[in-house]
Design a protein around this ligand. Structure first.
Ligand SMILES: Cc1cc2nc3c(=O)[nH]c(=O)nc-3n(C[C@H](O)[C@H](O)[C@H](O)COP(=O)(O)O)c2cc1C
Length: 188
């Protein structure tokens, strides 16, 4: 069965990123595609050091656990990263992760090619649009298929586990999840 990996870039235990990914995963599963949610919480994600060793070794050689996540993404048909906005842009760890995931894919048969997905961003008040654009850059350069919904994938929330209160945000993410699942089933 086709599968989507959803990756949270929040360090918080009861994060809004995880909560909104749960909602997204439910919509994907209701439309017949498997999901697995993974969190970067507790991982100190290193940035790419441009060693190029992934080209010969098949995966990232930095030993912080991201290589295991990369293997899961490699075996999936969809990928959805979510992250909080920090000072107007994405939290650093998610961008470090995306840059390493992309680098490994490009050096190893472009396993991200034709993978379906798109980013989700969460913030209290400002910076969602720019952050969504920042994270969106990852998809077309990796030959991926970015999916739309009725609005952009932005959610408003401050305190932990309060993203469900943003009704329009939740509806957008549910529609996005539904579209991701439907497209994966059409092309696989
Ligand atoms: C260091 C830091 C910077 C932040 N910067 C912004 C910001 O620029 N704009 C905003 O609206 N919220 C900002 N916030 C609030 C978070 O984006 C908000 O609490 C979000 O819900 C956190 O998502 P999470 O629960 O998934 O970690 C910031 C929070 C922190 C800790």
């Amino acid at each position: 069965m086709a599968k989507v990996i959803l990756l949270s870039g929040s360090p918080r235990k009861d994060s809004n990123s995880m909560e909104i990914l749960d909602i997204c995963a439910k919509a994907i599963e209701e439309n017949g595609v498997d999901t697995e949610i993974i969190s970067l919480r507790g991982i100190n994600v290193n940035s790419c050091i441009a060693c190029n060793e992934c080209i010969t070794k098949g995966n990232c050689v930095l030993k912080d656990g991201l290589d295991e996540i990369i293997d899961k993404i490699r075996d999936s048909q969809g990928f959805i990263p979510a992250a909080p906005v920090y000072f107007g842009t994405a939290r650093g760890d998610i961008m470090s992760a995306l840059q390493r995931i992309g680098k490994v894919s490009k050096g190893n048969n472009k396993f991200l090619s034709w993978m379906v997905g798109g980013p989700i961003v969460v913030a209290r008040r400002g910076g969602q649009s720019l952050t969504l654009q920042e994270m969106s850059m990852f998809f077309p350069i990796n030959d991926m298929i970015m999916v739309g919904a009725d609005y952009w994938n932005i959610v408003f929330a401050l305190e932990e586990k309060t993203s469900h209160a943003d009704a329009e945000g939740v509806a957008t993410i549910q529609k996005f999840g539904e579209n991701v699942a439907k497209l994966i089933k059409k092309i696989n």
